[in-house]
Design a binder for this molecule. Structure first.
Ligand SMILES: [Zn+2]
Length: 296
């Protein structure tokens, strides 16, 4: 397929290198095309989403290769902004509840952006470290330890973390199985992995289609549902996987504005859809908490 390549001119020099990938979960080729969506940022290119005929995983395909994808992250990408503290109370409480006894542990925030969440956990006494693939994001001005790269990472090769968090970052990686396996290897046995990703099976995703905020192509490479997220965590050595949902009314308002406005752009409209999505188990975001099995 060459949909993305044919859509318009390349974003920037050097040229983008495109790749087609078999299923990122089960490895089967020839997935089913399901949706076309435009890059909402500068490139305006159109991308294809596909669904694996075997396991049901949805992913962007073809896609820019790991080196080329950086051209699609604008300098003002929302997750890399310094002002984005990413340390909501519910996130902190989840982490604090992850350890069996109340104590400060060691935490890695994968895809830490500007490092706001790392700073928050450090102020609570945690030994928290950030990791981000994008250099301009990882050069944090929060004065916290943030490294450039992905997992596996040469800095950490044996179990040393009590908790790893992935706040809306797993959907960005080219090889999610590899990242999750590496996360399992550097978590102490019984350590917790906490993941949030957009829910491709959400009510809002079905309603807005190509204008769904959670698509964010081509930066989002995997489009998870509750079933495929759980399957991927189990396949990479995690147990006690619990997948919950989180409501994001602002995402609904953003989608409505992009789709041309209407009643869902209002506060009460977005609240109504958000509430209905959560009530029916189809909220905008997935939250998974999983326990690392010992490395065999
Ligand atoms: Zn598959």
């Amino acid at each position: 397929m060459s949909l993305a390549m044919d859509a318009c001119e390349p974003v920037t020099a050097p040229a983008i290198v495109w790749e087609e990938t078999p299923c990122l979960l089960c490895g089967v080729s020839e997935p089913l095309p399901i949706l076309e969506a435009d890059d909402a940022y500068a490139s305006r290119m159109r991308f294809l989403l596909v669904r694996c005929r075997t396991c049901g995983l949805c992913f962007t395909n073809p896609r820019p290769d790991p080196a080329s994808i950086r051209a699609f992250y604008p300098a003002d990408y929302r997750c890399h902004q310094k002002k984005n503290e990413r340390g909501a109370t519910w996130q902190t409480e989840l982490v604090l509840a992850a350890l069996p006894t109340p104590r400060q542990g060691r935490l890695l925030d994968f895809g830490c952006g500007s490092g706001g969440f790392v700073r928050r956990m450090r102020t609570l006494g945690w030994d928290a470290i950030g990791l981000d693939a994008v250099e301009n994001a990882a050069t944090s001005t929060f004065d916290v330890p943030v490294f450039v790269g992905t997992l596996p990472h040469p800095n950490w090769t044996s179990p040393c973390f009590d908790v790893i968090t992935m706040w809306q970052s797993l959907e960005h990686v080219h090889q999610p199985l590899e990242v999750l396996r590496a996360a399992r290897q550097v978590l102490v046995p019984g350590g917790k992995l906490i993941v949030t990703v957009p829910n491709f099976d959400s009510l809002a995703s079905g309603w807005f289609g190509p204008n769904w905020y959670g698509l964010d192509v081509p930066r989002h490479l995997t489009h998870f549902t509750p079933a495929t997220l759980e399957r991927m965590l189990v396949a990479t050595g995690f147990s006690s996987v619990r997948v919950d949902q989180r409501q994001h009314n602002s995402w609904i308002r953003h989608c409505a504005a992009r789709a041309g406005g209407g009643w869902l752009e209002t506060r009460w409209g977005s609240r109504l859809m958000g509430w209905w999505g959560r009530l029916t188990g189809r909220a905008e975001s997935l939250l998974a908490v999983a326990r690392a099995l010992p490395v065999s």
